[in-house]
Design a binder for this molecule. Structure first.
Ligand SMILES: Cc1cc2nc3c(=O)[nH]c(=O)nc-3n(C[C@H](O)[C@H](O)[C@H](O)COP(=O)(O)OP(=O)(O)OC[C@H]3O[C@@H](n4cnc5c(N)ncnc54)[C@H](O)[C@@H]3O)c2cc1C
Length: 453
């Protein structure tokens, strides 16, 4: 049994050290982005208008066109903060619109570049190498959300194959970083690619999953072979609830196939905002007890990126919500699942635990629980999203803990859906990062999650 008081004390010590080691934001462009996010988080109408604007940017043909859209969306905001009123006035003339369009395009591009490391894997290599040198591993995500046609799915699979080669070639030339390359289970691949099943097939349907699974498997198998042959890690992301069961089953079935017993190193994602996530973990633990592979399965624990979508979808259909509706319930479940994953690994399951969060309490809890239950720091990986978790990532690396940044790669058009999701998360009232940015004291940030009365 865990001594809960001792755990809270260790958690507080870990969290305080991480908070102390977080560098202040120095890049002035980041400060401008933060200001935009601040404005957006204060006003729901403005937030909705900006989201709609960000959505149409890639389709705009000219600066004039861009600013027409911006002014159009902002017209729907009833009470406008002063910078918005200035923007509206500029929209009254052609010259003003051109200037406004240029400013808006630059703003969106800067915002996108905060989250996206390059237009393609080759262009991202400089950033990935710099991260590695600074003690930060990476996982590359090729942007491009759900595909609609077979040729889009094929193109995505080809881009994944190219990325695996590009990353595996480049990573050979990176300097030694023992901290990032080894844990007690053995070597950790340097090249790491995250893929989305919905991008590998247009056929994934909740009511008839088999066709989509077969189609995705036909594109995943060659990628698994290639990752195995190139010594790279392949991670399968988790998306919305309607594909969750199909993806879980697909990944576990594929990795159990004889030809993949020897490799590659691979992993999947568990979403703690789902009420039934403990049962998904039961399925994974049961699989680990039955299937022997040369590489441990990496489980990335996240809270879940589709909270608003899941809630709206359930309400539209009159279904009970599959996600928790109090943030504290998600946070508590995240801690329970962290403990179960660490316990399973300590109990001998062939498992690597990766805790992905920007929430200081969730991260400190994982580090503290791992230590107090007898685990070694090297056997816990912490993961952050590029652009959102930069200060935390620096602090984690400074504490000699293993950290991996999830690095999206792609053009601005493909990046829009990603960017909007990150903006939604970052400006939500329940977001940890918003609380941190608003100056909430470390003691409060590290307090146990509790549901408001
Ligand atoms: C490296 C990495 C990889 C990721 N990969 C995936 C992935 O494959 N699939 C995926 O879905 N997500 C993924 N995510 C995103 C992740 O699920 C979270 O959305 C994000 O990290 C925010 O959670 P947090 O712990 O950082 O912040 P916090 O601010 O502590 O938590 C925010 C999260 O809490 C939940 N939440 C918010 N409001 C409520 C509420 N009222 N009631 C209940 N729950 C609420 C939501 O999940 C929200 O995202 C990934 C994140 C990282 C860092």
């Amino acid at each position: 049994m865990m001594d809960e008081a001792a755990l809270e004390a260790e958690l507080f010590a870990v969290g305080s050290r991480l908070a102390r080691d977080m560098p202040a934001q120095r890049n002035p462009l980041k400060a401008i982005d933060d200001r935009a996010m601040d404005l957006a988080s204060q006003d729901a109408e403005l937030k909705a208008a900006l989201f709609r604007f960000v959505d149409v940017v890639p389709a705009c043909r000219s600066l004039d066109d861009l600013s027409r859209h911006l002014v159009g969306f902002l017209r729907e905001v009833e009470t406008r903060p002063p910078p918005i009123s200035v923007a509206m006035r500029m929209g009254n003339t052609k010259a003003g619109r051109t200037a406004l369009g240029a400013a808006a395009a630059t703003g969106v591009r800067h915002m996108a570049h905060r989250f996206i490391v390059g237009e393609d894997p080759k262009a991202a290599l400089g950033v990935l190498r710099d991260l590695w040198k600074d003690g930060v591993a990476s996982s590359v995500d090729l942007l491009g959300e759900a595909t609609v046609t077979q040729s889009e799915a094929q193109r995505y699979a080809e881009r994944c194959a190219e990325a695996l080669d590009t990353l595996a070639d480049a990573a050979q030339r990176w300097p030694a970083r023992p901290q990032l390359e080894r844990d007690s289970a053995g070597a950790l691949p340097r090249a790491n690619l995250s893929v989305k099943v919905s991008a590998l097939t247009p056929l994934l349907r909740a009511d008839a999953p088999e066709r989509g699974q077969r189609d995705a498997a036909d594109r995943l198998r060659p990628l698994l072979r290639q990752a195995r042959d190139r010594g790279a890690h392949l991670h399968i992301d988790m998306e919305s609830m309607d594909s969750r069961d199909a993806v879980l089953e697909l990944v576990l079935d594929l990795l159990a196939e004889d030809e993949f017993r020897a490799g590659p190193s691979a992993g999947m994602v568990l979403q703690a905002y789902l009420r039934d996530s403990p049962q998904s973990l039961d399925t994974i633990v049961d699989w680990l007890g039955r299937v022997e592979r040369a590489h441990p399965l990496t489980v990335r624990l996240v809270k879940g990126a589709y909270w608003d979508h899941e809630l709206v979808e359930a309400r539209q259909h009159g279904w009970p919500s599959p996600v928790f509706e109090h943030k504290a319930d998600t946070d508590r479940n995240f801690e329970q699942l962290t403990r179960r994953l660490i316990d399973a690994r300590s109990g001998g399951a062939s498992l690597r635990v990766a805790v992905a969060s920007h929430n200081l309490r969730s991260v400190a809890h994982a580090v503290a629980y791992n230590r107090l239950s007898g685990g070694r720091d090297e056997d816990l990986e912490l993961q952050v999203l590029r652009g959102l978790g930069d200060p935390l990532q620096a602090a984690i690396a400074r504490q000699d803990l293993r950290v991996r940044a999830y690095c999206p790669v792609g053009d601005l058009v493909a990046g829009m859906a990603y960017l909007v999701r990150r903006l939604l998360e970052n400006t939500s009232n329940d977001s940890f990062l918003a609380a941190q940015a608003n100056g909430v004291a470390v003691e409060e940030l590290l307090a146990p999650p509790s549901v408001p009365a």
